[in-house]
Structure formats: C-alpha cells, structure tokens
Write a protein that binds this ligand. Structure first.
Ligand SMILES: [Cu+2]
Length: 122
C-alpha cells in the first residue's frame, strides 16, 4: 500500500489530514474545483398536500419530493410542455428534478389535481 503513495498522492493525503484536523476546511480540501455548492431542496407529500407548497431555489437546485402519505401521489408539471412528471409514488418513494432555468414552475398531483405546488427558480 505504501508503494502507491507517490508524489501525486501525498498532497492529497496531507489535505485529508488537514481536513480532519480542521473540519471548517473540509469542504475546501474535498472539492477544490467546486465554486459554490447548490443546496438540494426537499418537499414532503403528506396529508394530501405538498409541503412547503411554495419553494424558492437557485438555478441548478435538485428538488426531491418524498411521499409520506398512505396514498399514491404524483409530481406532475403544470407548466406547458410537461417539464417533469413522476410515476405514481407509493409511500416512501421519492422523485427528483433539477431546475436549471429561472422561472416559476407550477405542479400538481395527477391523481388528486387539487394538490398543487410551485417551485420558483431565481
Ligand atoms: Cu395525490
């Protein structure tokens, strides 16, 4: 194993040790090429409702819906062109979509169309 620690690997090992010693620097040492990480967003489906009903995210955000209801639900884009459309999600199932373009994206449950939500990307 020591034979694999060549000149390229040593700085990485040192960076790992630095990250362990100084947790605040862990993100910098772990992903030096990443300028700004976009936080994923989570939406819960429960009691026949999307929560939160309105979610504001920055471009590039991956939004994940989780069905915590006992009923199947879908996440279906109401905007023109059906930008995203999940299958029926059973209890515990998830659906994810990454929103790259700014805009307002309304969606609903195709099984229970009174269930509506909005994603604003800006
Ligand atoms: Cu539903």
């Amino acid at each position: 194993m020591m034979l694999l620690l060549n000149r390229r690997a040593l700085p990485l090992a040192a960076a790992g040790l630095l990250a362990l010693s100084f947790p605040a620097y862990a993100g910098v040492a772990g992903a030096p090429q990443q300028v700004a990480a976009v936080q994923p967003a989570a939406i819960t489906i429960d009691n026949f409702a999307f929560g939160p009903a309105l979610t504001v995210v920055t471009p590039g955000t991956k939004v994940t819906w989780t069905n915590k209801d006992e009923e199947p639900h879908t996440v279906t884009s109401a905007s023109g062109g059906a930008i995203f459309k999940s299958d029926a999600l059973d209890t515990g199932d998830t659906f994810s979509f990454t929103f790259d373009k700014p805009g307002t994206y309304k969606y609903f449950c195709s099984i229970h169309p009174h269930m509506v939500g909005t994603i604003v990307v800006k």
